[in-house]
Design a protein around this ligand. Structure first.
Ligand code: DX5
Ligand code: ZN
Length: 234
């Protein structure tokens, strides 16, 4: 994985057809996805259950690009090895998932993955102040985690700007997760985000048999984000 701040679109397979994950991953990649975002939920840290390491390993065979694994589970540490072995490139754990975030982040890197930390909407940017040297990505939750299709929380935009300031020149991605659309993407990109997770906004209107809408949806988000990125740099 190389580092740059160009806007990247990471479709979340939470909005894909669960019985056809392999072909769904191939379809979104063919239609222009930069990363593939994989949401793991445990029914304990969040009120929903998705899947675990065996499924992540199975879909890895259908993904050529970066596999970005978002762990909405507690505890996290006992499962890091299994998700790394399953082929995750990035493993993101929640700051709220346990008392030993620094240890969790060290364990993710020790397992050979890039380390991400996700912040729930009520968690301040400052939660990462003392783990800056341990992270490759911060994921700003712009909805409360657990479900796709929720509305973007606008109060998260100043948090993104604050994180961008704190990060400075460090090679740390700012990822946005929840309610990303062509309308909301420019707000967060202008504030400093560079990885945009999008579930419902990417998968709407398409299917593996008819993946064209996936491509159109990805392009619409990318175009809105890139325009905001240029105007931010100007
Ligand atoms: C929510 C997940 C997201 C979700 C986003 O807990 O972490 O990745 O799939 O879905 P949309 O883009 O529909 O808000
Ligand atoms: Zn996610």
């Amino acid at each position: 994985m190389t580092f740059d701040r160009l806007p990247k679109i990471a479709p979340s397979i939470l909005s894909a057809e669960f019985a056809d994950f392999g072909r769904e991953c191939e379809a979104i990649e063919a239609e222009g996805a930069d990363w593939v975002h994989v949401d793991v939920m445990d029914g304990h840290f969040v009120p929903n259950i998705t899947f675990g390491p065996p499924l992540v390993r199975a879909i890895r065979r259908h993904i050529r690009t970066v596999m970005d694994v978002h762990l909405m589970i507690a505890p996290v540490d006992p499962y890091i090895g299994a998700f790394a072995d399953a082929g995750a490139d990035v493993i993101t754990a929640h700051a709220e998932a346990g008392p030993h975030l620094d240890r969790t982040l060290q364990a993710i890197r020790a397992a050979g993955c890039k380390a991400g930390v996700a912040l729930n909407p009520a968690t301040p940017a400052e939660a990462i102040a003392h783990v800056m040297d341990r992270i490759d990505l911060v994921c700003v939750m712009t909805v409360n985690p657990g479900f796709g299709g929720q509305s973007f929380i606008p109060a998260m935009v100043p948090k993104v700007a604050r994180l961008r300031e704190m990060i400075g020149d460090r090679p740390i991605h700012i990822e946005i997760d929840g309610g990303v659309t062509p309308e909301t993407a420019p707000l967060v990109v202008a504030a400093g985000a560079d990885v945009l997770v999008a579930g419902s906004a990417v998968f709407k209107g398409g299917s593996v048999g008819r993946p064209g809408p996936y491509g159109a949806n990805i392009r619409a988000i990318r175009e809105a984000a890139t325009a905001a990125c240029r105007s931010h740099a100007a």
